[in-house]
Structures are given as C-alpha cells and as structure tokens.
Design a protein around this ligand. Sequence first.
Ligand code: NAP
Length: 423
Amino acid sequence: MLIPPKITRFLSRLRGTMSPGEAASRLSPRPDAPATIRTVPRSSAGTVSRLWSRMAASGVPESSRAALADDATVASAEAYGANIESMIGTVKVPVGIVGPLRVNGLNAHGDYLVPLATTEAALVASYSRGAMASNRAGGISATTLSDGVLRSPAFRFGSISQSGLFVDWIAGNPDLLTKAANATTRHGSLVSVEPVIDGEIVFLLCRYFTGDAAGQNMVTFATDALCRAVVEACPVKPISWFLEGNYSGDKKATFLGVTQGRGRKVTAQVDIPAGIVEDVLGVTVDRILEYGRIANLGSLMSGQIGAQAHYANGLAALYLATGQDVACVAESAVGYTRMEASAAGLKVTVTLPNLLVGTVGGGTGLPSQSAALDLMGLRGAGKAPAMAEVAAALCLCGELSLTAAVAGGQFGSAHKRLARGRK
Ligand code: NAP
C-alpha cells in the first residue's frame, strides 16, 4: 500500500531511531521519574503579590524575569488578580492602529480608531487599506441584528417518556426558571429555554441577554441556578445532569451558531465606486468578483462553516487588544462574506452571527486593554452593541483588502515586503 508521506515520517522515526521496546518505553507514563522543572507553587490568596517569589521558586531564569515582569506590569500587578492564576508576568504584544474607520451603524456612528494586537506583519496595513477604501466610499453601514448567549445544560433520564414529562414540566413553569436564573445577575436576563430531546437525554438551550458583558460567566452562573431550581422542584428527577452539554457552541464553530446566533449577530456593508477600488486597492472590480467566485467554491469544497476569508485575523487582534476572551474567536470568526457588482462598483457585505464581545467584564478592565477600549470610545456600559458593529466593520475591511490582494496578485509580494523586507 502507498502510505502518505505524513505518516511514513512518523513510522521511520519509530523504526529508524529506536527499537520497538525503546519506543514503547518513551511513550509510557513516568510517575516515578523526578521532575526536571520545579513545580510552580500554586496559591489562591496573594496570587499576584507573590509574582517574584513564584518566579524564583519555579526557577524562571534571572535573564527572563524582567522581560516577563517589567516595571509597568509590577506596578499594576494587582489589577490582574481577578483574571489569572499563578501569574508570573505579562507578554507584550505590539498594538497597531487602524483608522479612523468610519462606521455608519445604528449603535456605532462615527470615526473609530481600532487597536489591533498582533505579531503578524502586514495585518494592520491590510486592514488599514480596507478602511481607507471604505472611508472614501462614505463608510461602512453596520447593524447589530440580535443578541443572546447560550448555555445548554443536559439532563439524563431513565426513559424517553420521562424526557417528555420533564420537558412538559419545564414548559409549564417558566416563572420558576426565570426567577432562579435572573436572581444571579443585575444586567442579564433569561430570554428563552428551548428543549431538545434525544431519547432519554434532554438538552435545554438557555438563551440570555447579557447587557454589555460578553456574558460567558453570567450565563454559566444563571444556568447553574436554573438547573438547581429545576432539579429541586421538578417531580421528574434526572439520573444525572450537567451544566453544559456541549451543545451551545461555546468556543466552537457550529451550524447552530450560524442558524440561531450566539453572542451578537451583526451585518455590515459598503458600496465602493469602481474608481476607488482601483485607486486604493489596485485591482479592478471584475477581477475581484472573478476571484470571489473561486474563493466561494473553495469554501464550499473544503466544508468551511460559513464562507469568508479571514475574520479570525482581525477579531483575534481586536480581542487581544481590548480584553475579550480570545478563545471565542473560534465561534466569532464564522459568517458569510458577499461581494457583488453594484451600480457604483463593488458591494461588500459581511454577516457574523456569533460575535462574543463585551465592553465590561472579562479582561476589559485590565490596564492596557481598558486603554485600548478608551481609544475606541467604547469602554463601559452601553457600548457593547457599538463594539460589535465596529468589529464587523473591521472584518469587512480585512475581507476587502485580502480579497483584493489575492485578486490583484499582491498577496505574496506585500507579505514579503512587510514581513521579511524590513529585517
Ligand atoms: P464577568 O466579568 O464575569 O461579569 C460581568 C460583570 O459586570 C458582572 O458582575 C455584571 O454584573 C457586571 N456589569 C456591570 N455593568 C454591566 C453591564 N452594563 N452589562 C453587563 N454586565 C455588567 O464577565 P462575563 O462577560 O460574564 O464573562 C466573561 C468572562 O468569562 C471572560 O473572562 C471569559 O474568559 C470567561 N469565560 C467563562 C466561561 C464560563 O463558563 N464560566 C466560559 C468561557 C469564558 P451582574 O452579573 O450583576 O449583572
């Protein structure tokens, strides 16, 4: 049989560099071997104030200590206490700025400076180019269409009929569910509970408004209280239950998220005259559309959830800069980009059904992250829907610039010039 090279490399290392016995021993657990690195002392109290002693005790080399815990980090170390365990410092990711980016949104209405934290050369330049083309066309229209964060607890019963009786009881007791969940938060509220039955298993898709928080903790605490109240009051007792049945799409790209939305669903659009496309992006509308058709085919053939070029690039950099949970890029960077011919030139639309963003809570209050939000004018209460619209507009800029770069044959040369040419 012809074995693909990716596997033969593993096989040749297994055969060529060690005997079968040595390989088995190398891959076996080693509970009695002494640790080669000292255990990091764990402590819940004084987590941050013990930064130096933790570094010393865990043997972090002297030469690395100042880079991990510079003066600014040490001076503001206590601010990190609610966001980290076993802290030994911070890593510095460079922050660049895109903008001003004009957003004509229902919530975000104005010119925004957008901070992006990244180590990828060419990224800020590329988004800036998309912003420049969009600005010259009058800005990007953007609207938050819906919001609601899911948690999906799961309950296991002895039979299908018990599942049905349980769901019947849930349907008859909305006040009990709402009261239990809403007692855990001043700003969040339970919106709906949708049961999904699979034999003797019942998932409850619990959807919440989360105010200006991204809301992952909020929905966890509220759903925990809801489940406990249900289990106590419901005469149909589950054999077991779990706070999250892995149905909600939390930190995963899912079709559920595409169809129902998790977080904030936002759509953004710009119509750019052909002359501006050519002037700023250096390529014709026809060439962009030709490439767009092929890129859509590629999305289909590769089984992408959604059809877009690289929402993850802009979102990861924006999330890092502004204290969002970066792991939520896994679900947030899903959606659909459309590029169409318009009377003026090129109409670009992006729709992201799952943007998890907040302007309070999470990491948004940390020193540099809150400064980045301030720069956008989007820190604090009342700002989360605008933040979602700016994030979607940013994604549109990235789609526009990358698509134009590939269509115009600039993709490789721009990266070479910006990533390698400056060294
Ligand atoms: P949070 O920081 O845990 O909670 C937000 C806090 O802000 C709440 O205490 C809320 O009060 C308060 N608040 C004040 N003004 C508000 C306003 N206008 N709107 C909304 N809340 C307001 O943040 P979160 O968004 O719930 O959770 C985000 C964090 O959860 C991230 O750090 C993420 O990494 C983490 N996370 C947790 C889980 C999990 O399952 N637990 C999963 C993934 C990520 P009230 O509660 O009284 O309304």
